[in-house]
Ligand binder design. Structure first.
Ligand code: ZN
Length: 182
């Protein structure tokens, strides 16, 4: 994917947020592995995981646990709480994939960790912020969102945000974060 990541400013008072520095700082070879998936809508997160060699399981996790990432027998495994809502599961998976991409060594050193419903794992806050920012780029890639928003005209309404959220398989809250006031 060699499309411009410039801000998709519009005349309607909002714009698509730029990709995070976490995404922009990924190694070129990593970007090459995942970028092809980021032009699809909704993004096939399972396919990205497979490409990265990460196993994903929908599991029955303790109440209040949204996801887990661990290294087991030399293999990275992500478990997603099967009882949570679909778009919620998608964001959790993106968050765990972000940990894999950004904090692999840390996960490896500790063997793994569990995330509560706020996607906090007991790691320092900046670790979680980084994972959330990259997760947002995985579920709502800026370029794909800029293309999708170009199909609408007029002011951004809650109906449009809901429609976009549905198309990308995310919560309206996650979509609102990605559409910032210009
Ligand atoms: Zn986390």
């Amino acid at each position: 994917m060699d499309r411009s990541m410039s801000n998709a400013a519009t005349s309607n008072g909002w714009e698509v947020r730029l990709p995070s520095r976490e995404y922009l700082n990924l190694a070129p070879e990593v970007r090459a592995e995942i970028d092809g998936y980021l032009s699809e809508c909704p993004v096939k997160l399972g396919a990205i995981a497979e490409r990265l060699g990460v196993k994903v399981l929908l599991s029955t996790l303790p109440r209040g646990t949204s996801g887990q990432i661990a290294q087991e027998d030399g293999e990275f495994v992500i478990r997603i709480n099967r009882h949570e809502a679909k778009h919620r599961q998608r964001f959790t998976l993106a968050h765990e994939l972000a940990h894999f991409l950004l904090h692999k060594d840390r996960v490896e050193a500790e063997g793994g960790w569990s995330e509560n419903v706020l996607l906090r794992s007991g790691q320092p806050a900046n670790i979680e912020y980084e994972a959330n920012r990259l997760a947002s780029d995985l579920v709502i890639p800026s370029t794909a969102l800029a293309e999708a928003t170009a199909e609408y005209s007029g002011p951004m309404t809650s109906e449009i945000i809901e429609d976009l959220a549905r198309r990308f398989g995310v919560s309206t809250a996650a979509m609102e974060i990605k559409l910032q006031m210009a």
